[in-house]
Design a binder for this molecule. Structure first.
Ligand code: DGT
Ligand code: CA
Ligand code: CA
Length: 569
């Protein structure tokens, strides 16, 4: 699958053009890149059908460039840009406070090409001397480098998913393959994935390995063995594949799904029962007690319930299953609506009508329109109060025409430094559900930040705090505040914390959700800026499951009537 490779190239072109102050084009390239990244079909197939221009955001110019790249393996336009700016913008872009423009500036002034060079320049205090940077910026960059380096080569679950599904499909097409499962962190639905681990049942491992090590043009074979092979795909993703016998498959699934910590506790538990657990089975002495299925192995170890992969993070799941008390996890099909959506009234790219159409096709009973509003943030077309009211009227009118789904009036407002909201109470009152979030001044002493958030929650018109910790995976650290105090305030004020389902956010994360469960309920919102992004709901649901949430913990699993009662609209 070439999707990620093409998307990365387009993102890079956008960055370089932006750094050169080119107008409009960067946005066009970026929109195209984003749509391509989110495609579930291989772009090569779309190209072969001559349908590149049907991808949202891909016009004639970009489609020609993509075609040149797919046809010849290179794009002259890109190669020339890269010759002029041989900078790893993907890597540098992860450093908070370093947009493409500044990265290119650092290249021109100091020859910085990658994270390694940047680290050196910071170490030698060269950046603070540059015009427009200064000591404070250098300090910020220094902090950002740590986070960027840590995230390293891990990719977002959302980027991995289409590739994993494609690999699964291809492997299934081989008649020697009886079963395929993608295991490891992918099966546990971790927010980022280091590498993919695939298990196969087959009686002809040699044939499977021959096929796998040629599964994509241009891949690099790292290891090819009789039972295990590893390859590096063109997207930079490493994939390990192992072949097992049907009779041992459950034990293998259990072992390679992990997590390592879950395995360790499970193995220790086996030892306490005078048994031994490995990827080949559960043994008492030489005798194999269980191996064929995960259920069988868990049961033989005395566990009353099979443990869903999302829970296998050593958070007490084994002890809880021994007692038969695992939660009945929320599922995607339980979700009746999306509670965080943008449209072209603010930053979004789809109209209200298009978003509503998508909501209907997802089978929703309701969904919110929560565009950016307020005065604080210089977001393009952040709605002023007049426009918020106007949008409300438009939604009322649309609801009369819409059949079977209800649009809710919302708005994502901003929390000022002192915790007040940048939209008046009079306007907030007209909304069905009012959301707010921090979009400015991400760094504040912990005490002040805690007070800021709690003050916002104390506004009786505010219903939801969106992406409460503000983190961006791999690029922005979470806000520094006292989470327990905020949780208490949520309980006291009835303000709900969001589980933002946007793949870079996933905020709250599973640890915070786990901690909050039972003390507050949550809303799930995709933060979609384009109708296709409403599909991000599955990532939020996965995160909620990792935090042990049941259906009753999620407010948008409620029917509209009860949602109305809960939020009082
Ligand atoms: P990743 O790839 O970093 O996103 O995370 P995982 O969990 O997929 O880790 P990976 O690919 O290194 O290994 C896949 C699974 O194999 C892991 O979840 C548990 C199992 N495993 C790997 N190494 C060990 C080990 O040293 N001990 C135990 N008990 N299990 C291991
Ligand atoms: Ca892995
Ligand atoms: Ca692995």
């Amino acid at each position: 699958m070439k999707n990620l490779e093409v998307a990365k190239m387009l993102y890079e072109i956008a960055d370089i053009l932006e750094a050169q102050d080119v107008q409009f084009k960067p946005r066009a390239y970026r929109n195209a890149a984003r749509s391509i990244e989110e495609l579930s079909e291989d772009i090569v197939d779309i190209w072969k059908r001559g349908e590149l221009e049907e991808i949202p955001g891909v016009g004639e110019n970009i489609s020609k460039k993509i075609a040149e790249y797919l046809e010849t393996g290179r794009l002259r336009y890109y190669t020339e840009l890269k010759k002029e700016f041989p900078v790893n913008l993907e890597e540098l872009g992860k450093v908070e406070g370093l947009g493409p423009k500044r990265a290119i500036m650092l290249y021109k002034k100091l020859g910085v090409r990658n994270l390694e060079d940047l680290k050196k320049a910071v170490g030698q205090h060269k950046i603070r001397e540059l015009e427009g940077f200064g000591e404070k910026n250098e300090q910020k960059i220094a902090e950002g480098i740590g986070l960027a380096a840590e995230s390293g080569k891990r990719m977002l679950l959302s980027q991995i998913m289409p590739m994993a599904q494609e690999l699964e499909r291809k492997l299934h097409s081989l008649k020697e393959v009886e079963k395929v499962d993608v295991v490891g962190s992918y099966r546990r639905r971790k927010e980022t994935i280091g590498d993919l681990d695939i298990l196969v049942v087959s009686k002809n491992a040699a044939k499977v390995m021959d096929f796998f090590t040629k599964i994509e043009d241009g891949l690099k074979v790292l290891v090819k063995g009789p039972a295990k092979s590893s390859v590096l795909l063109s997207s930079g993703l490493q994939v390990d594949l192992r072949v097992f016998n049907e009779s041992d498959y459950g034990a293998a699934m259990l072992y390679f799904t992990g997590s390592k910590e879950h395995n360790i506790v499970l193995r220790t538990h086996a030892i306490s029962k005078r048994m031994k657990l490995s990827e080949y089975g559960l043994f008492r002495g030489e005798r194999k007690v269980a191996a064929k299925s995960e259920e069988e192995v868990y049961r033989a170890l005395g566990l009353k319930q099979w443990i869903p992969p999302e829970l296998r993070e050593n958070m007490g799941e084994i002890g809880t299953s021994l007692k038969g008390k695992l939660p009945d996890l929320v599922e995607l099909k339980d979700i009746r609506g999306d509670l965080h959506c943008h449209t072209d009234w603010s930053e979004g790219r789809s109209s209200i009508e298009e978003m509503a159409g998508m909501g209907k096709s997802l089978g929703y009973e309701y969904m919110i329109i929560s565009d950016h509003g307020g005065t604080l943030v210089p977001i393009a077309r952040c709605m002023n109060e007049k426009k918020i009211l106007e949008q409300g009227k438009r939604i009322d009118a649309l609801n009369k025409k819409l059949d079977g789904m209800t649009l809710l009036k919302g708005c994502e407002t901003n929390i000022k430094d002192d915790g007040s909201i940048d939209v008046s109470n009079a306007t907030l009152k007209t909304l069905d559900i009012a959301t707010t979030a921090i979009h400015t001044k991400f760094k504040m002493p912990k005490k002040e930040m805690t007070k800021r958030i709690i003050t916002a929650m104390e506004n009786e018109h505010i219903d939801i705090i969106a992406h409460p910790t503000g983190r961006l995976i791999g690029s922005r650290a979470p806000l520094d505040f006292d989470f327990d105090e905020v949780l208490d305030a949520a309980k006291r004020t009835g303000t709900v914390l969001e589980i933002n389902s946007y793949p870079e956010r996933l905020d709250l994360d599973y640890l915070h959700i786990f901690k909050s469960r039972g003390k507050t309920r949550f809303t799930l919102g995709t933060d979609a800026h384009e109708k296709a992004q409403m599909r991000f709901m599955e990532f939020g649901v996965a995160q909620a499951r990792r935090g042990w949430c049941e259906k009753k913990d999620i407010l948008n699993a409620l029917p509209l009537k009860e949602l109305r009662k809960t939020f009082g609209f």
